[in-house]
Design a protein around this ligand. Structure first.
Ligand SMILES: Nc1ncnc2c1ncn2[C@@H]1O[C@H](COP(=O)(O)OP(=O)(O)OP(=O)(O)O)[C@@H](O)[C@H]1O
Length: 488
């Protein structure tokens, strides 16, 4: 490499007709982009494919690779041939690999994209699309199509299944009505982070995705379930990273903040974010421009995002778990979604909605079954799982009948549900004692809290960290790390 010019190899399928001429143009155009190709890997389906001339190639080495294909329009055939014949050759290539994805059939083009996205091509490989224009000239463009990002988006779209109910703000109970009115007022304020609290299963996620997003006129909602982020990667997942920022960072990657640009970034169970990430978030939230840095990058970026956070913890418990500055910022606009047991007037509507959504078989009645017994059961249960308790009942009843459950069938199902609910209530009580102040958040967080306790207990027992470390045969530094990591 010299003067910003990179040496590399170009991989291209041999084409009939004007293929070699286009190849000559591609090599020339790459040179204008400071890419010096020293070797062309020329994939030929048969020996009689036309070859580029010396004037096309100059000093470039032409390496012909014979790849017979039973069907060049068949993705699997192409993939298998490339995997077996080409990929092993690429491992020993010097310099950067450039692939001309436009040569060959559309199926060949697609296979390059997939192999690249899947990481099968050497690190740093660049894809180029070359087009012969009507004027007879050729143009090349880098292929900027991050398949994995698109797939994630498509999957998100697929999870928001069209049959899913949008959150219905109409409610009969005063508590829920008040909460939703407040939420609607707050949501209309631009650039003000919003905190939604509510027990598990009260529908917070759906509420933010289908009610808050549209209210903010930002239907795109990127939901991040904070407890599922790998603690070591959380910063990069949220803020993105640049290539080389850490081992395995093979290319620049946008974080969720950038992905949410123009929409809403929804941080679900925000207390599960690691403290350093929380601190970083404070910086971004207090900046009206929402500036941030990708991991490993000095330059600041900004993203036009609205931020909404949610937690199943109570106000007091969340205050203890969050960085104080973050809590201060998030709690400016706070809405608490009441549990179902405090909104009994809405139970029948909730039940109807849950039934309609849970109805996975066409032959099941679209009408939610209703009887005095169902009403008694629902109204008499503390419903600790909220909407999920209703989902459980719906599934039990559905499993009992392929048509609208008869009242007697429903009653048997109700007995089953009541027995199961009793087990959940018991487990809930036991869990409340068992967690013993370790919190109810993500497993990682609870493990850390446990280690913190052990480290602190060891210090109390032995009088100092030095003595405790000696007695336990561990390093003092590690003990101190465990003891301090988060403020309780
Ligand atoms: N309006 C609705 N109608 C029917 N079902 C709903 C509605 N809102 C939510 N649900 C269902 O209820 C369940 C709980 O909803 P959601 O996940 O939004 O609650 P949550 O408060 O975020 O709970 P968690 O934090 O446990 O995920 C989900 O399975 C969801 O599909």
């Amino acid at each position: 490499m010299s003067g910003g010019v990179t040496n590399g190899s170009l991989l291209t399928w041999a084409s009939l007709g004007g293929g070699p001429a286009v190849l000559g143009d591609v090599l020339r155009l790459l040179r204008t982009r400071k890419v010096r190709i020293t070797r062309v890997l020329y994939l030929m389906q048969s020996e009689d494919m036309p070859l580029p001339t010396e004037s096309d190639l100059g000093a470039i080495t032409l390496e012909r690779i014979l790849v017979p294909l039973a069907d060049p329009t068949h993705h699997r055939v192409i993939h298998d041939a490339v995997r077996d014949r080409i990929l092993p050759r690429l491992r020993s290539l010097d310099g950067v690999l450039h692939v001309n994805v436009s040569s060959g059939t559309p199926a060949m083009h697609a296979v390059w994209l997939v192999l690249h996205a899947g990481g099968a091509l050497p690190m740093g490989t660049l894809l180029w699309s070359a087009q012969r224009l009507r004027t007879g000239q050729t143009r090349i463009d880098p292929v900027d199509f991050p398949i994995d990002t698109y797939l994630a988006e498509i999957r998100r779209g697929a999870t928001a299944r069209p049959k899913e109910a949008h959150f219905d703000p109409a409610s009969r109970s005063a508590r829920r009505r008040q909460a939703l009115d407040t939420l609607a007022r707050y949501a209309r304020l631009p650039r003000a982070p919003l905190l939604v609290l509510g027990e598990r299963g009260t529908g917070k996620t759906r509420l933010v995705e289908t009610f808050v997003g549209p209210l903010k006129n930002r239907p795109k909602v990127i939901t991040v379930t904070c407890g599922t982020l790998d603690p070591h990667l959380a910063m990069s997942m949220l803020f993105g990273h640049v290539r080389g920022a850490f081992t395995g960072a093979e290319r620049d990657r946008k974080g969720f903040i950038e992905e949410a640009a123009g929409g809403v970034l929804f941080l679900d169970e925000v207390q599960d974010l690691e403290r350093p990430v929380q601190r970083q978030l404070v910086r971004t939230l207090q900046d009206p421009e929402r500036r941030f840095r990708r991991v490993g990058e000095a330059q600041e970026r900004n993203a036009d995002v609205e931020v909404v956070c949610a937690s199943h913890l109570s106000f007091e418990a969340l205050r203890k778990r969050l960085d104080p500055d973050l809590f201060d910022r998030l709690s400016l606009l706070l809405v608490e979604i009441p549990p179902l047991r405090d909104c009994r007037e809405d139970l029948r509507d909730d039940w109807t909605r849950v039934w309609a959504e849970a109805r996975s078989l066409e032959e099941l009645s679209p009408e939610a079954p209703w009887s005095a017994a169902i009403e008694r059961a629902l109204k008499g249960d503390p419903l600790p799982g909220n909407l999920r308790d209703l989902q459980r009942l719906a599934l039990i009843l559905m499993a009992r009948g392929s048509t609208a459950p008869s009242v007697s069938g429903a009653e048997e199902g109700l007995l089953e549900w009541t027995a199961l609910q009793a087990r959940f209530h018991a487990a809930e009580r036991k869990g409340a004692t068992a967690t013993n102040g370790l919190g109810t958040g993500a497993w990682d967080g609870r493990v850390r809290a446990f280690k913190r306790r052990l480290a602190r207990a060891a210090r109390r027992e032995h009088g100092s960290y030095v003595a405790a470390a000696k007695a336990l045969g561990v390093s003092e530094r590690m003990l101190r790390e465990h003891a301090k990591k988060e403020k309780e």
